[in-house]
Design a protein around this ligand. Structure first.
Ligand code: ADP
Ligand code: MG
Length: 261
């Protein structure tokens, strides 16, 4: 079971879009996937077709010890994967857990109960380096960092890389940067092209070859509670996320690469 955190403390860079569509693409390729929504906004929950206003058991009740992981798991019918869903209550977790034991490793402990049940667990992080993101980074084997190729993109990146180094030293030795993903890419923008060139230069092997284009269908799909594959499979956005899933699998298992080519 591979646990992958999708993190970047900047908002609006495509974390949730990547979480939902990577989960659906991996499921489409036959993998058993669990999505964990760690953002109190609950966008990944809604985007997977699960109504966040009707939840009894959530990531929040799980983290404070009121629900078991089995109670909280739901199935996304539109996505073909399972979800640990979230609603606004999760915003209170930070305060409630302030004096709690092992507050940064509660998610890790909860997910340990699922060993062997999934091939991939994908964690959608909130846009902050807070206790919820910390729980994700302590539980994860690796981090995927979505970034928009714009002027301030690199600045935030060094903060995140610094945080990851400290987590690796103190809380989670196995954590690695899985890769950097260029999102919402517009090839006609000179700036986007320049930032992208810089990323290629600095991060070579850590940068995914797959680039997610700006595609209106990706922005429309969540309002139907559907991943892009269940909304417009032939769109450029759907094809890009499928390609990303293939690339991820190829990196983890060279045999898959041979089949995919
Ligand atoms: P984050 O989770 O990092 O805050 P989101 O995934 O919610 O970012 O994306 C921010 C906004 O941009 C959302 O409205 C989303 O629908 C839109 N969006 C994300 N990726 C794309 C894309 N590749 N093309 C067009 N719109 C996108
Ligand atoms: Mg988000």
């Amino acid at each position: 079971m591979k646990i992958l955190a999708i993190a970047n403390q900047k908002g609006g860079v495509g974390k949730t879009t990547t979480t939902v569509n990577l989960a659906a693409s991996l499921a489409h390729l036959g993998k058993r996937v669990l999505l964990v929504d760690l953002d109190p906004q609950g966008n990944a929950t809604m985007g997977s077709g699960i109504d966040k206003s009707k939840l009894k058991h959530t990531v929040y009740t799980l983290l404070i010890g009121e629900s078991s992981v089995a109670e909280a798991i739901q199935n996304s019918e539109t996505g073909g994967f399972d979800v640990l869903p979230t609603n606004r209550e999760l915003a209170g977790a930070e305060v409630e857990l302030v004096d709690a034991d092992a507050r940064e490793s509660r998610l890790k402990s909860a997910l340990e109960a699922l060993a062997g049940q999934y091939d991939f667990v994908i964690l959608d992080c909130p846009p902050a380096l807070n206790l919820l993101t910390l729980n994700a980074l302590v539980a994860a084997d690796s981090v995927m960092i979505p970034m928009q190729c714009e002027y301030y993109a690199l600045e935030g990146l060094s903060d995140l890389v610094g945080t990851l180094k400290r987590i690796k030293q103190n809380l989670n030795r196995k954590i690695e940067i899985e890769g950097l993903l260029r999102t919402m890419f517009d090839p006609r923008s000179t700036l986007a092209q320049q930032v992208s060139d810089q990323l290629v230069k600095h991060f070579t092997s850590k940068l995914y070859h797959t680039v997610i284009p700006r595609n209106i269908r990706l922005a429309e799909a969540p309002s139907y509670g559907r991943p892009i594959l269940a909304y417009d499979k032939s769109s450029k956005g759907a094809q890009a996320y499928l390609q990303l899933a293939e690339e991820l699998l190829a990196r983890h298992n060279p045999q898959h690469s041979a089949q995919a080519v």
